[in-house]
Design a protein around this ligand. Structure first.
Ligand code: GLC
Length: 740
């Protein structure tokens, strides 16, 4: 029925009308065909909420007052929850907000693999592990599309650095592509049913992703059977004929010469000149019409399309819940955390006056009050509000605690705000990272000025810390460093934070160190600090959630979705130099990304993939492994062949949640494989003393690797070790199973 209607509509369209549907008529909208009842497709960024309104042909935001929106946790924060239900709920929120703002496509989620800690867009992505990416991406897409909005999974594919992102040729071997970089997208298509997908800027193995027959035609369309829409990244199309022959459907860009876009007049001329078949154009129009039907924009169900709503209280509650679950307790010695109410009780009454002196908390560090929502590049959000950690602490504690703030360090201002949006010049080739150019005279002078100012701020903060009962440092990064279009040039904390942290720890060894950032940083003070808390950019309620965790209202249950290397020089790319280069980057490490690499090389990270502590304790008993009859290596990869059961008990005094992870290791294989790989996990919430039996299932595919001879996933017979634990470096139980 749907296909018949598509053909009927297609027949009524002229070549010009078809072309209008295939490219931007404004920056975020495709062309409509008014006379034929075909609407424009309204797209909007981004993964953390619906971006502010731009006029059609200018990067100066319109400056409305009705495009303040909910500011959701970043995908990194969502991934730190390891909670597929939160992912589904986040999708519902994002979808409803998108529909509420009258948009049809949300340009999210970004699911590129966190291959290197310095990638500027890591904050927008989920993980270094393809399984965790898949398991969170699928429900996220389903949630979004329930609102009659298309998810647009990006950036397809292997877009894991920002340096020279429009032109860099990313060279990835087939096995790494299939086992690490494509699975998230394949799950988005096959299990998430995504209605759209965005090709990446970079080249993949020599071809621009927007024009790659290997990627778009052979893999996406033919092998995966994808019948949704492919939308180009903005300005990622470079030809007419080649792109038209590839499976790209809609060209978007950042320039205002809309009629000159490759899929505009040039495409019409190419068809008339016989260089491009009209059938190729028709196929693209079909994919867009199919998306419109699925979104109930047209067709028999057009009247039933969801309305959506934005800035609802329910959305904010969901956002807060995810933010709470995203906080990762990295270290907590001597029970320093939580800061219990008793510790904040006012002092004994004065003998004469009865006055009880308030306890003082020194909150130090600019990230205690820095607003993050307006930065990051296309993921920028005009948030209805954003609760900072400082405000969160004050809201939770009220006036009976004397909370004092000192910035502690200085963040140099950015360019003047009245410049057009950065995106206007985003197609200019940016090939050198920050440090490549020489420092000018003026910059040297400014640096000395800043250094002097920093010392003053540091002294002020240390003086405050001397007087406080509790010291909380809130530092980390911001969207000057976690930002689209740029990679960091090191993992060292900027603004001389390390010195300040070390000085604070000398003054008060019980200083609590909180990092707010979108990607790992080196922590030279890690052994000095007794308590370290990690907070990805977690949306408009992140400050509330952080305060609730620090003060023990909420038990932390987040776990790292990526490895935190101790030093950048420990990373494979820090060693092989194959990151952040312009022109060409070879993924020499192949499948050994993240913990797969560190375990292979025996490199101890600062904090391991899957690591995260709790205020309560758990016990793990009674691991049972059931193998299906004929548990053989041959057969359908989807077939569940192993079932694990485990009893988890909350042995502490506080309600909490544990994330049970199951890794599979191939004892002997004809090809080199990682020591173990995440293949199942579940999150279990437990009251004090409560025990729950959790079940994990493994399909045959959990044992398979990609065989480049047979161009397919295969599981070899033999022994496999199942490792069950609360982190990749905290395995409680192991069982060996044999595939016949
Ligand atoms: C940007 C980003 C992409 C974004 C698009 C529209 O350059 O790469 O993620 O959705 O263009 O702003």
């Amino acid at each position: 029925m749907q296909e018949k209607l598509i053909e009927q509509i297609l027949e009524t369209l002229t070549l010009e009308e078809k072309s209008a549907m295939l490219h931007g008529a404004t920056f975020f909208r495709s062309g409509a065909v008014e006379g034929k009842g075909i609407p424009a497709v309204e797209t909007s960024d981004g993964p953390m909420g619906v971006r502010n309104e731009f006029p059609g042909d200018s990067w100066f935001p319109v400056g409305l007052s009705d495009d303040f929106v909910s500011y959701l946790p970043s995908n990194s924060a969502l991934a730190a929850t390891w909670n597929t239900e939160r992912a589904y709920e986040a999708g519902q929120v994002l979808g409803e907000e998108t529909r509420g703002r009258g948009k049809d496509v949300i340009l999210a989620p970004g699911i590129n693999v966190k291959r290197d800690p310095l990638c500027g867009r890591n904050f927008e992505y989920m993980s270094e592990d393809p399984f965790l990416i898949q398991e969170l991406t699928v429900p996220l897409i389903k949630g979004i599309q329930e609102a009659d909005v298309a998810a647009c999974v990006k950036h397809f594919a292997a877009n894991s650095q920002e340096t020279d992102r429009l032109w860099v040729d990313t060279v990835v071997d087939e096995r790494a592509l299939r086992e690490i970089y494509l699975p998230g997208f394949e799950a988005a298509v096959h299990r998430g049913g995504t209605y759209s997908l965005m090709n990446a800027y970079n080249k993949l193995n020599g071809e621009h992703c927007s024009e790659s027959k290997a990627l778009l035609n052979r893999i996406l369309r033919e092998e995966w059977g994808y019948d949704g829409t492919v939308i180009s990244d903005w300005g990622s199309v470079h030809t007419t004929v080649q792109a038209a022959e590839s499976a790209l459907d809609m060209e978007m860009s950042v320039t205002t010469n809309f009629d000159e876009y490759f899929f505009a007049k040039p495409l019409i001329e190419a068809v008339k000149a016989g260089e491009v078949s009209e059938e190729a154009v028709d196929e693209k129009v079909r994919n867009i019409l199919r998306m419109m039907l699925r979104l109930k924009m047209i067709g028999p169900k057009a009247g039933e399309r969801k309305q959506g709503a934005y800035n609802t209280p329910e959305h904010r509650e969901a956002i807060k819940a995810t933010a709470r679950e995203s906080v990762v307790l990295l270290k907590n010695e001597d029970g320093l955390l939580p800061i219990s109410p008793e510790r904040l009780e006012p002092g004994d009454p004065d003998a004469l006056t009865g006055y009880r002196k308030k306890k003082r908390i020194a909150v130090i560090g600019r990230n205690a009050e820095h607003m993050h929502s307006g930065g990051g590049g296309s993921a920028e959000i005009k948030a209805l509000y954003e609760i900072s950690p400082l405000l969160g602490l004050k809201m939770v504690l009220g006036g009976n605690v004397d909370i004092r703030y000192a910035p502690g360090y200085f963040i140099p201002g950015k360019k003047s705000v009245n410049e057009a949006n950065w995106q206007e010049t985003s197609l200019e080739r940016q090939v050198n990272r920050r440090t490549d150019r020489e420092e000018t005279e003026e910059e040297a002078r400014q640096r000395q000025e800043i250094e002097k100012h920093r010392e003053i701020l540091r002294e002020e903060a240390l003086a405050l810390a001397e007087t406080a009962d509790e010291v909380i440092f809130v530092g980390g990064l911001n969207h000057d460093y976690d930002v689209e279009g740029w990679d960091r040039d090191s993992m060292v904390l900027p603004y001389a934070q390390d010195i300040l942290i070390e000085e604070l720890l000398k003054i008060n060894p019980h200083t609590i160190v909180v990092m707010v950032a979108g990607s790992p940083v080196e922590m030279p003070w890690k052994d000095m600090a007794k308590a370290i808390v990690w907070n990805y950019y977690a949306g408009m309620e992140s400050g509330t959630a952080l305060a609730e965790v620090l003060l023990g209202r909420v038990c932390p249950c987040g776990k790292l979705p990526e490895t935190f290397p101790a030093l950048y020089s420990d990373t494979v790319t820090g060693r092989n130099g194959e990151f952040g280069k312009p022109e060409k980057v070879v993924y020499e490490e192949g499948i050994f990304v993240g913990y797969r690499y560190y375990e292979k090389e025996g490199v101890r990270p600062a904090f391991a993939f899957g690591h995260g502590l709790s205020y309560t304790t758990f016990s793990y008993d009674n691991l049972r492994v059931e193998t299906a009859r004929g548990c053989s290596a041959q057969g359908d990869l989807q077939e569940r062949i192993i079932k694990l059961s485990l009893d988890v008990t909350n042995t502490g005094s506080m309600a909490g949640a544990e994330i049970v992870q199951c890794y599979v290791g191939d004892v002997s294989c004809s090809v080199e494989r990682p020591a173990k790989e995440l293949k199942a996990f579940t999150k279990v919430f437990l009251e004090p003393g409560e025990t729950k039996t959790i079940d994990l299932e493994l399909s045959r595919g959990a044992f398979a690797f990609y065989d480049t001879e047979r161009h397919g996933f295969v599981a070899e017979p033999g022994e496999f070790v199942l490792s069950v634990g609360g982190a990749s470096d905290r395995i409680w139980k192991q069982e060996t199973v044999t595939l016949a």
